[in-house]
Design a protein around this ligand. Structure first.
Ligand code: IPE
Ligand code: IPE
Ligand code: MG
Length: 261
C-alpha cells in the first residue's frame, strides 16, 4: 500500500494519519507476530466478567488484521490460545472457543475479500469439532488468496512445535548429516514463511509465554502497556515506526554507510 492509500483510509488529522507519514513503506516488517494479552485485566478494570474482555478483544483482532493487510504486511500471526490456556476454567475456555468460531463465521467473507489466506498453527486435534469445521471452511475458502497470510495460533506451544518437528524428522528418516537449521525450520508449522521481524506483546508483560520459540530468535520485540481490547491500528503503526528505528545486527556490526553511498 502507498502512503496515499493509507491516508485515504486514516481519518485526516488523526494519530493514524500522522504515524502513517512516519512509516517507510519500503522497509515494512514482512512478518508481524502478536501476543494478544490483557483481556482479563481490561474486563476487571470495568468490573466485568473476563468473558467481556475476550469479546471486546475481537474488535481489536478485526482492526489489526485489516490494518496489517492494508499496510502490505506479508504475514500476520496472532496468538489466540496456548497449550497452557487449557488450565483456565472450562467456562472461560468455552467462551474463547465460541468467540473464535463466531469470529471465523462472521469474518470469513471479509478476510476473503481482502485477499487474506487463513492458516492455523498449533495442534488442532484437541480443538472442539465445531471449531475445527470453521477452520477447515476458512482455509478452504481462502486458500487461493495471495495477499496477507494470517496465521492463527491455536492450542499452540513453541516447545511442543519443536518436539513435533523432531518427531517428524525421525519419522521421515532425515539423515542427521542432512539436518540443519533450514531443514528443521521446514518441519515447523511455519514452514516456508519468513521469521517474525516484529513481535508485539500487549498489556506490559515481559515474557514470550511459549510463543514461536524457534522463529523469534532475531525478532525485534515491542511491548506496550495497552491492553489487547484497546489495541488498534494506531498501536500497530507505533510498533512499526519504532521497529524501523532499530538497528538489526544479527550478531554482526553496523555497516558504516560507504562514502558517497
Ligand atoms: C489474552 O488475555 C487472551 C488469551 C490468553 C486467550 P488474558 O485472558 O490472558 O488476559 P489477562 O492476561 O488475564 O489480563
Ligand atoms: C499468552 O497469554 C497466550 C496468548 C496470548 C494466547 P497468557 O495470558 O496465557 O500468558 P501468561 O500466562 O501471562 O504467560
Ligand atoms: Mg494473559
Amino acid at each position: 500500500m502507498s502512503l496515499q492509500d493509507l491516508l485515504t483510509w486514516a481519518p485526516a488529522g488523526s494519530r493514524e494519519a500522522s504515524l502513517a507519514r512516519e512509516v517507510d513503506f519500503d522497509r515494512l516488517p514482512m512478518h508481524v507476530a502478536v501476543i494478544m494479552d490483557g483481556n482479563g485485566r481490561w474486563a476487571a478494570r470495568r468490573h466485568l466478567p473476563r468473558a467481556e474482555g475476550h469479546r471486546a478483544g475481537i474488535d481489536s483482532v478485526r482492526d489489526v488484521v485489516e490494518a496489517s493487510a492494508r499496510l502490505g504486511i506479508r504475514v500476520l500471526t496472532l496468538y489466540a490460545f496456548s497449550v497452557e490456556n487449557w488450565k483456565r476454567p472450562p467456562a472461560e475456555v468455552s467462551v474463547l472457543m465460541g468467540l473464535l468460531k463466531k469470529y471465523l463465521w462472521l469474518e470469513l467473507e471479509r478476510l476473503h475479500d481482502n485477499d487474506i489466506r487463513l492458516q492455523v498453527i498449533g495442534c488442532e486435534d484437541r480443538l472442539p469439532a465445531d471449531v475445527r469445521r470453521e477452520l477447515d471452511a476458512g482455509r478452504e475458502r481462502t486458500r487461493g488468496n495471495r495477499g496477507m497470510l494470517f496465521n492463527i495460533a491455536l492450542n499452540y506451544g513453541g516447545r511442543a512445535e519443536i518436539v513435533e518437528a523432531a518427531r517428524r524428522a525421525i519419522e521421515n528418516a532425515v539423515r542427521p548429516s542432512d539436518l540443519d537449521e533450514g531443514r528443521f525450520a521446514e518441519l515447523l508449522y511455519t514452514a516456508g514463511q519468513p521469521d517474525p521481524d516484529l513481535l508485539i506483546r500487549t498489556s506490559g508483560e515481559m515474557r514470550v509465554s511459549n510463543f514461536l520459540l524457534w522463529q523469534i530468535a532475531y525478532s525485534e520485540i515491542w511491548v506496550t502497556d495497552t491492553l489487547w481490547p484497546d489495541f488498534r491500528a494506531r498501536h500497530l503503526l507505533e510498533a512499526i515506526v519504532s521497529y524501523q528505528k532499530r538497528d538489526r545486527r544479527y550478531g554482526g556490526i553496523t555497516q558504516p554507510v560507504a562514502a558517497g553511498g
